[in-house]
Design a protein around this ligand. Structure first.
Ligand code: HEM
Length: 214
């Protein structure tokens, strides 16, 4: 398994796999197979893929630990950047066909419709993550600060689920399904944080205190 996960070809294969949804959309555009409402079709498909890629990215850390596959980390950045790529397409399908690239109309809509407000907040919170995803930025910010900043992916995922839940009119099964996935992934992290704190507490308590005399 390790050989597979560390191979450069696996990374190339995963990269092309992540492009399959885009390929499918382009194919449908060429063949005019976008249904009765092409804009809605594109908005829904790109929105779905954004949420899926956010979930895939959040799965990496638990999967690394549960299945003892530390090399999975090699795919986390790519998956996160694909989430950003699909949300950019999603945003463009809104800004272009819905708002005719009129930024002042867009701001009014962002302020008026709560589901657009949270979607927009999720999108904006992903921008710094995409910009600082390079090794250079990890060095510049320092590991701790970089990690803190990149925790805003949790915020983006939660806002993404709320956005979805608020926009559906009747059948809330799909947004609830994504909500459950995101909740499990976040609770798993929270449980890890609590157990680390608990295991550190006795060490801290028994550590010698530093006196004024050294
Ligand atoms: C991380 C950010 C976001 C995520 C995860 C996300 C996710 C989704 C999902 C899952 C859907 C529904 C897909 C379906 O019905 O199958 C959707 C629809 C939609 N989203 Fe987003 N979205 C995000 C950001 C945005 C932003 C920034 C905007 C615009 C400012 C936006 C505007 C819309 C619109 C207009 C729809 C279609 C609503 C309708 O059909 O009534 N989304 N989004």
């Amino acid at each position: 398994m390790r050989v597979l996960l560390t191979s450069k070809w696996t990374k190339v294969a995963v990269f092309f796999l992540c492009l399959v949804p885009l390929g499918e959309l382009l194919w449908r555009i060429i063949k005019s197979e976008l249904g009765a409402n092409p804009v809605e079709f594109l908005q829904h498909a790109t929105g779905d893929w954004t949420l899926r890629f956010l979930v895939f990215t959040l799965c990496i850390t638990p999967f690394r630990k549960l299945f003892k596959l530390p090399d999975l980390i090699r795919f986390r950045r790519m998956l996160g950047l694909f989430a950003f790529f699909y949300v950019c397409l999603h945003f463009l399908t809104y800004l272009g066909p819905d708002q005719s690239f009129d930024l002042s109309a867009m701001w009014k809509d962002v302020a008026k419709r709560p589901f657009i407000t949270v979607g927009f907040a999720a999108f904006v919170s992903l921008i710094p993550l995409a910009i600082t995803s390079t090794a250079g930025w990890i060095r510049r910010l320092g590991g701790k600060r970089w990690q803190m900043l990149h925790r805003s992916i949790y915020f983006a995922a939660v806002c993404g689920v709320i956005h979805y839940y608020w926009l559906v009119k009747s059948d809330v099964r799909k947004p609830l399904f994504y909500g459950a996935l995101v909740a499990i992934l976040l609770l798993w992290r929270l449980a890890g944080w609590f157990s680390r704190r608990r295991s550190q507490a006795p060490v801290r308590a028994s550590a010698p205190t530093v006196s004024m005399n050294g």
